[in-house]
Design a protein around this ligand. Sequence first.
Ligand code: SAH
Length: 350
Amino acid sequence: MGLDEYMALCLGDRQDGYYPQAGRLGPRGDFITSPEISQMFGELLGLWLALWWQSSGSPAPLPVVELGPGNGVMMADMRRAARAVPAFAEALVPLFYETSPALRAEQRKHHPDAQFIDRLVDAPKAPVAFVGNEFLDALPVQQFTFHDGRWLQRLVGHEDGVLRPVIDPHGPDAAALLADRVPDTPPKEGDILEVAIAAEGVIAEVAAHIKSHGGVALFIDYGSAAAKDYGSSLQAIAAHQRVDPFADPGNADVTAHVPFARLATVAERAGVKVAPVLTQGAFLMRMGLGARAQALTEASPADASKLGRVVHRLTAPDEMGELFKVIALVPSAMPLPPVFQDVANERKGA
Ligand code: SAH
């Protein structure tokens, strides 16, 4: 099977897949995400959305579609922060896009009023805000290996009961499919190209919705903002440790880095405006993470060192601050959303 099919089964299989099994996310699970690290993360996203809403004609109701909401904590923190702008809190209607039944149940606990959509095209035909943290990295990727002057799809095969990536030397050449993805440096034998086939599809759908109906999208994830390069970014995590993605399918979180530059191109081709990709550290600090942590510290001095650690973890370059990026989409006729507009202005002035 293709690597993309393998990834989809590992993560999504109803019986044995990773996300359908309960208790995978969070400190006691396999990995911990920003909303699970601190409530400040979701709160700042809620404030960002409120600012965007106020500057975009205050559409009401405003469906907020969260893609891959995990335990549902980010939406809870967003909604709490949204109360700073009561009319926005009133307008916000949470909609969840989630495949795992176990996680849907978890999300319902935090949000008894939650509604779910099975397909993105089922989002209301009106301005919608799409948000997702560590969602795109969980979507299947395809890989291709350069062999004998041809691009061959990487498949998952098995030998003596051990799974491993293989190629079919007689398989079709994918050169045409990869035409505009090959970097300027010509490939060498054995070079790998990765295609975030499913993430590109999601971005194209979200962009099409925003183009037709208005709204905004904000995705946060780990990955590169540089133009595409060769290499595989496939990885797997279990119990907070890196493991072999082929060793124990269904029991590890198998993901890939998100190719932000490529996703920006996909969104632009679908007819929306893409804000400059920011690092998570820059985005959160500009949204006032430092000041928020300071205020919480003053209210509760005993938590000072814990809050300091949290800010460091979310923003420091050697932690999540630079590897994690933020991408935002708006309709082409609208100004860039809050924070991104300031950065664009500064870059223009610089
Ligand atoms: N956003 C959460 C969870 C990230 S884990 C957080 O930051 O903590 C990835 C999430 O995406 C899980 O909720 C998983 O079940 C969901 N997911 C993965 N693939 C999906 C798909 N194809 N469609 C919908 N949801 C998916």
